[in-house]
Design a protein around this ligand. Sequence first.
Ligand SMILES: Nc1ncnc2c1ncn2[C@@H]1O[C@H](COP(=O)(O)OP(=O)(O)OP(=O)(O)O)[C@@H](O)[C@H]1O
Ligand SMILES: [Mg+2]
Length: 314
Amino acid sequence: MQTLVIEHLTKQFESFVAVDNISLSMTRGEIFGLLGPNGAGKTTTIRILLGLLAPTSGSASVLGYDVVKQSEEIRAHAGYVSQKFALYPDLTVAENFDFYAGVYGVPRANISERRRALLEQVGLTGQERVRVGALAGGSRQRLALACALSHEPEFLFLDEPTAGVDAVARRALWDLVYELAERGTSILVTTHYMDEAENCQRLAFIYQGRIVAEGTPGEIKRDQIHAQVFEMECEPLDVALGILRDAKLFDEVALYGSTLHLIDAHAREKISAAQNLLREKNVRVTRADEIVASLEDAFIARLRSADRATNGEK
Ligand SMILES: Nc1ncnc2c1ncn2[C@@H]1O[C@H](COP(=O)(O)OP(=O)(O)OP(=O)(O)O)[C@@H](O)[C@H]1O
Ligand SMILES: [Mg+2]
């Protein structure tokens, strides 16, 4: 059963396109990762799926409910751990839980039993009276998760649930996510980090609002291996950037601080031609070393080559 279907979803803020024609689907009990850098459009996508933002075009449904017409149904059946901290630091663990259970519409008579069971599941039994402001980051995130589970949702949205949490606490949180998925909960989780994304069954890499790659973690990593990247120091940097971009030798020439990254599946074969070209134009190259491609490098290169294929270049 498909628990999430996104078709050609687009969100514009005035003329800025934050989510650009994305399509995705998920099945019951699946852990799906949305991986991408700052500003890629991850949170915007989740907010649309929860009915908190209206899409500009395209459509989506969660658990069979349309995000525009049936957002109340979605919120009744989905849990959301937002990226911004939404717990009340002055309230205790139990008070926070009870508040969120109320917001999610859990009948009063059931709240204390749910609280007992969920705090036990997330390992917070015995801390009911602790003020949330005094909890460690990992415990807070586990409490946020317990709150989002109070109405026994079938779908869970986790927006960077482990940001600012140490490695041990991260592991504990992921163990919980696995448990939930095994019981049939579908989970859409966002992250910046590849190591974390590897916990997902499938991933989509989102960049500037577009899905640039999609697959299992293994497939995605294979892409990374295909990108060769050279880091170059040269003077003047901006002149070199212009020359190399105009030459269209590499899939992508990106500015990284005071260096350039030359990214291409065959960068090794092209580097000496690039250096000769720069010398001819009086650019001084002081260093050009091959470095390990980051996932971001790999996907940016892939995006550029896809762009060029569409535009009929190269
Ligand atoms: N209400 C808004 N009005 C205008 N622009 C917005 C609005 N909300 C988000 N944006 C812009 O849309 C882009 C995508 O933002 P979004 O928060 O979805 O990114 P993200 O992938 O969640 O990033 P991060 O990893 O930093 O959380 C950003 O450039 C952001 O500035
Ligand atoms: Mg975000």
